[in-house]
Design a protein around this ligand. Structure first.
Ligand code: BGC
Length: 468
């Protein structure tokens, strides 16, 4: 433990559905994303064409992933964050267990460790078993138990070698952005509507079940004698009024902060939700008021660390037609063009980390995602590498900002880039690239980008004396 506390983690992050492929291998069950892409063709909304994760970048294949691990070693990372596909372990979400799925991840963990790379395992990164989706998915309170049972299977198999687990990835983005957009895409490809207040109201209960599932899983791991650390990865973004000084935008930004950031942060570290979140959703759905009865269960199971996923701040504007009366994410005040996930503002990563230090008792933090997505035109193939100067610049500046916050006392323990390889970007399919290694999606050939070299040099330099 002492060694681990001292060693700063330099890593990269990925998620099963975005990289694995092999969608029907070894008895795997269908996930919601298998259905969204193969049946409803939802990427037509974001990428303009039908794409799936059926093959993705073939990372399920051992020959392929061993070659990928060799690239990780060349980069010099000492941690790799990946997620497990629930449907490879429980094809129906509950009940029948596939040992082959557990064997696969167990071997992958061994292969990472043999390469000197620490596994950081995320239990759920958005690919819900379709059999459970058919029973209401996360909106069904039974989802808390389904998840705990699945988490226990993974724990019993991997916890002797995996010291760091992330329960769930990005509740807010998955529940309040991606899933509503999928719902819209399923119904109206080519003529997308806007996300509605009613959708958000429905998702609020699912959010509660995520937070309960995560907290209860922390408790289960402790009760089972787990000695490592269990955290939750949140999508965090400082919220700023789109029109500074405009009262209604200031109020909108404050409500957005409560919903996007403080809802989950308060749940993790204060064992409750912000009053305005409870009030807003209970006004729309009286059943939501009962969530307060579960607060003691949140409070009793405090997470060991916070996973920060940071891409950009959110500029917020009052908009009566948008869910909860605010809209966010569409505005970029910077003259410099933005990356796919928003304005490039590393200064706000520092602000965020220092706020977590001040407002939440300085918990241990890993940056579990940070990165830049661009379209193919931002990358130029030359001399056997891909030139991606904007990503190289993004990464260097965000790491500098993060290390400044660390130097100012934030308990930052690691940084993981999203992502090492180009991969399947949800509704955008393969039309947005986030990798430091280019992937030709037809041949699956990997080619290092300029940003790979930038990151390699940063890692080689280290974090200085604070790292011990
Ligand atoms: C998600 C990733 C996604 C990335 C880039 C995060 O919201 O966790 O799955 O690929 O952002 O958009």
């Amino acid at each position: 433990m002492a060694d681990r506390e001292r060693q700063f983690l330099w890593g990269a992050a990925s998620a099963a559905y975005q990289v694995e492929g092999a969608w029907q291998a070894a008895g795997k069950g269908l996930s919601n994303w298998d259905v969204y892409t193969n049946v409803y063709h939802v990427t037509e909304a974001g990428a303009g064409r039908q794409e799936t994760g059926n093959v993705a970048i073939n990372a399920f294949d051992r020959t392929q992933y061993l070659a990928d691990i060799a690239l990780m070693q060349e980069l010099g990372i000492n941690a790799y964050r990946f997620s497990l596909a629930w449907t490879r372990i429980l094809p129906d979400g509950t009940g029948r267990v596939l040992q082959a799925g557990l064997d696969h991840y167990s071997r992958f963990v061994d292969d990472l460790l043999a390469a000197g790379i620490r596994p950081v395992a995320t239990l759920f990164h958005w690919d819900m078993p379709q059999a459970l989706e058919d029973r209401g998915g996360w909106r069904n309170r039974e989802s808390v138990g389904w998840f705990r049972d699945y988490a226990a299977l993974v724990r019993d198999r991997l916890a002797d070698r995996v010291e760091t687990f992330v329960t769930l990835n990005e509740p807010f983005i998955n529940l309040f952005l991606i899933e509503p957009l999928v719902e819209i895409a399923k119904e109206s490809i080519g003529n997308p509507g806007a996300i509605t207040d009613a959708q958000w109201t429905r998702q609020a209960m699912a959010m509660h079940h995520w937070m309960l599932a995560s907290a209860e899983t922390v408790g289960d791991f402790r009760a089972a004698g787990f000695k490592g650390e269990v955290g939750l990865s949140l999508p965090l973004m400082p919220t700023l009024p789109e029109r500074p000084g405009e009262g209604e935008d200031i109020a909108a930004a404050s409500l957005a902060d409560a919903v996007i950031n403080r809802w989950c942060l308060d749940a993790m570290f204060n064992g409750r939700y912000p009053d305005e979140v409870v009030a807003e959703f209970a006004r729309r759905d009286p059943a939501f008021a009962a969530v307060v009865e579960d607060f003691p269960r949140l409070a009793a199971n405090r997470h060991d660390f916070l996973g920060v996923n940071f891409y950009a701040p959110a500029f917020v504007r009052r908009d009566a037609a948008a869910p909860l009366g605010f809209r966010w994410g569409a505005y970029n005040p910077d003259p410099a063009p933005q990356a796919f996930n928003g304005p490039v503002r590393p200064d706000y990563l520092k602000v965020l980390l220092e706020r977590i230090r001040d407002d939440y008792g300085n918990p241990p933090v890993y940056i579990t995602e940070n990165g830049a997505g661009f379209g193919p035109s931002d990358e130029v193939m030359a001399d056997g590498t891909v030139k991606d100067p904007r990503r190289a610049d993004y990464v260097a500046r965000h790491i500098t900002a993060a290390l400044e916050a660390k130097a100012n006392g934030a308990d930052l323990r690691g940084y993981m880039i999203w992502s090492l390889f180009d991969n399947f970007e949800w509704l955008q399919g393969y039309s947005r690239r986030f990798g430091m290694v280019h992937v030709d999606f037809d041949t699956l050939k990997r080619t290092k980008k300029q940003s790979f070299e930038t990151y390699r040099e940063i890692i080689a330099r280290g974090v200085g004396p604070q790292a011990g």
